[in-house]
Write a protein that binds this ligand. Structure first.
Ligand SMILES: *[C@@H]1O[C@H](CO)[C@@H](O)[C@H](O)[C@H]1NC(C)=O
Ligand SMILES: *[C@@H]1O[C@H](CO)[C@@H](O)[C@H](O)[C@H]1NC(C)=O
Ligand SMILES: *[C@@H]1O[C@H](CO)[C@@H](O)[C@H](O)[C@H]1NC(C)=O
Ligand SMILES: *[C@@H]1O[C@H](CO)[C@@H](O)[C@H](O)[C@H]1NC(C)=O
Ligand SMILES: *[C@@H]1O[C@H](CO)[C@@H](O)[C@H](O)[C@H]1NC(C)=O
Ligand SMILES: *[C@@H]1O[C@H](CO)[C@@H](O)[C@H](O)[C@H]1NC(C)=O
Ligand SMILES: CC(=O)N[C@H]1CO[C@H](CO)[C@@H](O)[C@@H]1O
Length: 838
């Protein structure tokens, strides 16, 4: 048998929560106002970091013993002002009166009891039910509390009862969690926006090397995480937690030591900017210690939680710590509120409620507020506006829920959960400020950047920039920021100074902000996209050291208009003309003994190759092409070989006429019979052609760009990289022939004077060897245009040497001593020679 337990009716157990306190009747009704609909307000009129529970009895903390917080009294007054204004208004909720219950939560030491008070009905009873759909708590909505930590605690409870909660100062992102806190709203932008504003501030002044201090509690740790998640391009020099003391009055010895250590770390840090993510109550000890240890000339960036805290501003000599900037709630001016804040409350329907409750008392509040009136007026309304707008948000929601028109509303019983969708939907304008929760991020109050001013105690927190949550930008409203630095220059806080032009960064530590600057080497440049590496220049471009760009190299070759070229060409033209004249002369006098002794028909071989050689000289000038290169490497070499082989053969022949004919008559007749000289020349030429062809195949003559070692801005256009080798190969045969030629001419040095050519051939050979050695020397030292020039010069000198040295004297004889150009003269010379021999 099954037993079914069915709960058909709500379990109407009830417990009564007695929240009694021995509180004297409040003099003013700052805490209570009767009305058709009540709003709960949570403020921190008194502050203490932690409450000390009694172990013997449980009681609500007595907040009055704690330190007074004037700013929160101002917030409370703002709520009262808003409610009264709405009541006075005939349009928003006509015929409906709003009331309030406000409780001092004393920071977050007293968050639970006020909630129970709000949840209880008018008999101070919180009913235990399993369905709260028709449950009517004391308040319709709750405004506050101020700190993030308390707001989250309160949100946990209120969300269960679906009571709308509108926080005016809690910036924590936790409240954004719609699943956990479906009824939590916020009249101030989230911490994330605050962090973005801070980072924009850092970016604006190019501070990327910072210290972070955070309070050692949920607030500090959560916001530290947010900062880390967002911080790009920022490096942290030092990060430390400021301990949260148990009491705001006394600091235990061990915490004193910790705070001292943190302050000294800040002093010794190389970063000049300190971000302080902390609630205000944690900081007085810290800043007192900072002043005591003479911390100077830093930039402090305050989180909203302490950015406009007068208690901190009041710390003696705090101005010495440097410049304090802060992210604060945007300032609005609420007309009439300044007077209202310190005005004596009107006696309201029998003063306080009949319930004596927790912490609804503040004897000194009004007096203290009047003392600080001047400062509070100067500060303008920041968080006050958030409170003020929070009340209006609820009123607007109620306006819609009650279906109000200009004359009246459908006044009826309203449950808190009915208000939630209307709160979500609000969209109205208050003091020219659009207020709506619809668009994420477009929350009612945004931030601005303020600066603490020490020279104007009446206006201590001056706005320097406004922050737009919509496009996440800082808009500076003044360039008139007063820095602590001499000459009022913007303080610098970077790990490493920016590198100079053409220097790359070499990271020193893991962080991207610390680096050494190293010059880019020649031939490399610094690309803007990559500050860490120097890129090599593209081919045929160059750069000097420390450059950010490459330049095209200057192309060098032997140019037409250069002086040396002109001289060179002049000489080759003259040489050419001379050679032509010689050719003509020789042709005319071809039958004379001088021409015959010079080699006869062989002379024309030589002259033709000399002419070709001279014509080839311009090939060395101008931009080298493949054709020019081939010509340079082959033509002269071939011409020279022709000439030198002819001269060698001719020397040989003369010797053989005089000597071989006598000693080896048979060999001589063979030589004569088979035209030995032509065979010899042909063989030599064939050999030479073979060498040249091999050479061209091994070292293909093609224009190449050769870098200059000592001047990277120039690139030389040359024919052959391996020119030296080519030259040596080409010259080998010529060198052998020259030596042979020398030998023959010296063998014949005692021959008749008109056959003795030793000195002319010596001249030619000297030209040849000197120019060859000079070229090789120049090439081993330089590799510039000089090599081409030397090469061309060598060619011209060699051609001229043969042309003038060999043929010149013969022409001289032909023209000026025709008497020696006769067969008879030669005959006598030979005769006298043979006589001497005998
Ligand atoms: C509301 O009206 C009363 C009397 O009409 C006035 O004394 C009070 O200052 C008004 N309150 C606000 C906030 O305007
Ligand atoms: C709670 O009560 C409401 C109204 O009486 C009803 O609509 C809802 O279903 C109930 N919820 C539960 C879980 O019983
Ligand atoms: C600031 O300090 C002065 C003197 O030390 C004191 O009289 C005043 O009440 C302080 N103000 C605040 C807001 O703490
Ligand atoms: C305003 O509402 C009341 C009742 O709620 C109604 O009698 C009146 O006609 C409405 N006025 C207008 C202008 O709609
Ligand atoms: C700049 O600051 C100086 C001194 O604080 C003040 O006299 C001057 O009026 C300011 N100028 C502007 C444009 O705010
Ligand atoms: C401040 O400015 C003056 C004049 O422009 C200059 O001579 C002096 O060196 C500056 N001082 C510093 C610390 O920059
Ligand atoms: C304190 C206050 O101004 N209360 C007013 C609220 O609105 C109702 C009706 O509009 C008035 O009767 C109250 O005096």
């Amino acid at each position: 048998m099954k037993i079914r337990t069915q709960i058909s009716r709500p379990v109407t157990l009830s417990i009564s929560v007695l929240l009694t306190m021995a509180v004297s009747e409040t003099q003013y009704s700052d805490f209570h106002l009767a009305g058709d609909y009540l709003l709960g307000g949570l403020f921190s009129l008194h502050t203490e970091t932690m409450s000390s529970p009694h172990l013997s009895h449980s009681a609500v903390p007595t907040c009055q013993a704690y330190k007074l917080k004037i700013a929160s009294y101002s917030h409370l007054r703002a709520m009262r002002f808003a409610v009264e204004q709405i009541n006075n208004s005939s349009t928003l909720l006509p015929g409906v009166s709003l009331g309030y219950e406000m409780v001092d939560v004393c920071y977050f030491t007293n968050s639970i009891h006020p909630i129970l008070y709000f949840l209880a009905n008018e008999h101070s009873v919180v009913q235990l039910q399993n369905n709260y759909t028709h449950y009517q708590p004391r308040v319709l909505a709750v405004i506050g509390p101020d700190s993030s930590q308390a707001a989250v605690i309160v949100a946990h409870v209120l969300s269960l009862f679906l009571i709308p909660q509108i926080s005016y100062r809690a910036t924590t992102n936790e409240l954004n969690d719609r699943e956990r806190f479906p009824t939590a709203f916020r009249a101030i932008s989230s911490m994330e926006q605050q962090i973005v504003a801070m980072l924009l501030l850092l970016k604006e002044f190019q501070w990327n090397w910072i210290n972070i201090l955070y309070s050692d509690d949920d607030y500090g740790r959560q916001n530290l995480q947010l900062l880390w998640a967002r911080a790009t391009g920022i490096c942290v020099a030092m990060q430390d937690a400021i301990p949260v003391p148990r009491s705001s009055q006394r600091l235990p010895l061990e915490l004193q030591g910790k705070i001292k250590a943190i302050v000294s770390k800040v002093i010794h840090s190389t970063a000049k900017v300190v971000i302080v993510l902390s609630l205000d109550l944690t900081l007085p000890f810290f800043f007192q210690e900072a002043v005591r240890q003479n911390v100077m000339d830093l930039v402090w960036i305050a989180a909203e939680a302490w950015a406009t805290e007068p208690t901190l501003y009041n710390i003696t000599d705090l101005w010495r710590v440097g410049t304090i900037l802060g992210v604060a709630a945007k300032e609005f001016s609420i007309p009439g509120f300044d007077d209202f804040r310190v005005s004596l409350a009107k006696e309201d329907n029998g003063q306080a409620s009949d319930q004596t409750t927790c912490n609804q008392a503040c004897d000194q509040c009004l007096g203290a507020a009047r003392d600080a009136d001047q400062t509070m007026r100067a500060q303008g309304e920041r968080t006050d506006f958030s409170v003020y707008s929070s009340v209006y948000i609820v009123a607007r929601a109620l306006h819609r829920l009650l279906g109000c028109n200009t004359t009246g509303c459908h006044k009826r019983m309203v449950y808190p959960w009915q208000l939630v969708p209307e709160v979500k939907r609000v969209d109205f304008s208050l003091l020219d400020k659009r207020i709506s929760f619809r668009k994420k991020g477009n929350t009612p109050n945004s931030f601005e950047i303020i600066q603490w001013k020490w020279d104007q105690p009446n206006n201590p927190f001056q706005k320097i920039a406004s922050y737009s949550t919509k496009n996440q930008k800082l808009l500076f409203t003044t360039q008139n920021i007063s820095w602590h630095t001499p000459n009022n220059t913007v303080p610098i806080s970077v790990c490493s100074q920016e590198c100079e032009y053409g220097q790359r960064r070499k990271p020193i530590r893991v962080s991207s902000c610390c680096f050494k600057c190293i010059d880019c080497e020649a031939g490399t440049f610094l690309n803007n996209n990559d500050p860490y590496n120097c890129q090599p220049c593209p081919a045929h471009q160059w750069s000097s050291a420390r450059s950010q760009e490459c330049y095209p190299r200057l192309l060098k070759y032997l140019e037409w208009q250069e002086g040396t070229t002109v001289v060179l060409l002049l000489f080759s033209v003259l040489g050419l003309i001379a050679t032509l004249v010689i050719s003509v002369t020789f042709a005319i006098h071809s039958q004379t003994p001088v021409v015959k002794s010079a080699g006869g028909r062989m002379c024309f071989f030589m002259l033709v190759s000399l002419i070709i050689g001279f014509i080839n000289v311009p090939m060395y000038v101008g931009i080298p092409t493949e054709f020019k290169c081939v010509c340079r490497q082959t033509v002269f070499s071939l011409c020279f070989t022709v000439c030198i082989s002819c001269i060698t053969v001719r020397s040989f022949q003369i010797i053989s006429i005089f000597k071989m004919a006598a000693w080896l008559p048979k060999a001589y007749s063979y030589w004569m019979k088979y035209n030995g000289q032509y065979i010899f020349i042909t063989v030599i030429l064939a050999l030479k052609v073979a060498i040249i062809v091999t050479n061209v195949n091994i070292n293909p003559p093609a224009p190449v760009l050769v870098d200059l070692k000592d001047d990277p801005s120039i690139v030389v256009l040359q024919c052959n990289k391996n020119y030296k080798l080519a030259l040596l190969m080409n010259g080998s045969l010529d060198t052998c022939l020259s030596i042979l030629c020398f030998y023959f001419s010296y063998m014949g040095k005692e021959l008749p004077k008109n056959y003795n050519e030793a000195k002319y051939i010596t001249l030619c050979m000297t030209c040849y060897s000197v120019s060859g050695i000079a070229i090789l020397l120049v090439m081993s030292v330089y590799s510039a245009v000089l090599v081409t020039m030397c090469d061309a010069m060598g060619v011209v000198i060699n051609l001229l040497g043969i042309s003038m040295g060999y043929f010149g004297p013969k022409c001289y004889l032909i023209f000026f001593h025709p008497e020696r150009n006769t067969a008879a003269y030669f005959q006598t010379a030979i005769q006298s020679y043979t006589m001497r021999q005998d």
